[in-house]
Design a protein around this ligand. Structure first.
Ligand code: FDA
Length: 308
């Protein structure tokens, strides 16, 4: 793993730096490139602006690894408010959440209860809950929980999960999940994983991404191909063309503030596009993972900080 990526991932876990950054005005300004704001109204505004460009959203209330059941329930409440906003304001949006934000480290039963209630709410609001994928210690438990919740009456098609191309296990997981009709977001993977579980080399992650994309696009379900990598996007477009697939039978997904040019050009070409829009005060670990993916971002943000 390149040294800067490791350094930013290590920084993403530094508690004192996190506290300092999240409370400082400078920190908030830095994060605004990748985070839509601190309040629900900010994320709603961002979703509407994207909708004007023909782009759908998935709304994310930032936060992970909560330490009390009260915090977990409060995280769930924010998502209920997001689902209400999606319904009442008719947003072209769904939500993305993390299980550790719903208390997974404290009590997996509590996390499951909170997520199952949110999925029920999403069914009523005619939208969808995406369960993000975190580090590999959570992979199996996340997949199992999504399968159980998806199997509950009325939930089919209203909850899905994320699969990471860097893990060796992912092709098998895709077969299991698509066999049950579960929709998947494919991404490369953003955590630090050992070579015993994940491809250490980018070229192997990329090759696996292409293979998994092909599995998804031929599964008959509507999936998300989440990447800013032009080569992955070109490979997806080529596969769609060669197999005569409907370009609207899946969606591309990108992160808020990243490759906005590419987001717009894919929409112009007729591909559905969804942007992951995070908001909230707990932006620090998310932000540092974005710097880890592209250390040049640190320079870019520093420069823009001093621009009017
Ligand atoms: P890669 O990192 O190879 O980058 C390719 C190119 O994309 C770069 O050269 C650059 O041009 C551009 N780029 C990539 N990252 C950038 C950045 N931060 N800033 C500016 N440019 C950038 N991960 C995970 O483990 N669990 C999850 O649930 C999710 N969920 C998720 C949702 C969505 C919608 C997206 C787009 C991504 C995720 N991810 C994720 C993150 C994902 O695993 C991965 O870390 C990033 O998407 C970066 O990988 P790329 O595929 O973009 O390619």
């Amino acid at each position: 793993m390149p040294i800067l990526r490791s350094a930013f991932i290590a920084l993403s876990q530094n508690a004192s730096l996190r506290k300092f950054a999240e409370q400082s005005e400078m920190g908030r300004r830095m994060s605004s490139r990748f985070v839509a704001g601190m309040e629900i109204q900010d994320v709603v505004r961002a979703a509407k602006e994207l909708a004007d460009l023909g782009i759908a959203s998935t709304l994310d209330s930032l936060g992970e690894n909560v330490t009390t059941p009260g915090e977990a329930r409060r995280s769930g409440e924010v998502y209920h408010r997001l689902l209400d906003a999606i319904e009442s304001q008719k947003l072209n949006a769904n939500v993305s959440l993390k299980l550790t934000q719903m208390g997974m480290d404290l009590d997996p039963g509590l996390a499951e209860e909170i997520v199952a209630e949110l999925v029920q709410h999403a069914v009523a609001a005619n939208t969808f809950v995406r369960v993000d994928m975190e580090g590999s210690q959570y992979t199996q438990a996340t997949i199992d929980m999504v399968r159980r919740i998806h199997a509950l009456p009325g939930n089919r098609g209203h909850v899905g999960v994320v699969i990471q191309a860097y893990l060796y296990r992912s092709a098998q997981d895709i077969r299991t999940l698509t066999g049950e009709g579960i929709r998947i977001r494919l991404c490369k993977g953003a955590y630090k994983e050992p070579a015993s579980l994940a491809f250490p080399e980018k070229k192997d992650v990329d090759a696996n991404f292409v293979k998994l994309m092909q599995l998804l696009l031929t599964s008959g379900l509507y999936h998300g191909i989440a990447t800013h990598d032009e080569q992955m996007i070109a490979a997806t477009k080529q596969f769609v063309r060669e197999h005569g697939l409907d370009p609207r039978s899946f969606e591309f997904q990108m992160l808020y503030g990243i490759r906005r040019d590419l987001q717009r050009s894919l929409v112009k070409e007729g591909f559905p596009m969804r942007v992951y829009v995070p908001f909230g005060t707990e932006w620090y670990p998310y932000f540092m993972r974005r710097l880890a993916e592209r250390p040049a971002n640190a320079l870019f943000i520093a420069k823009n900080l001093f621009k009017k």
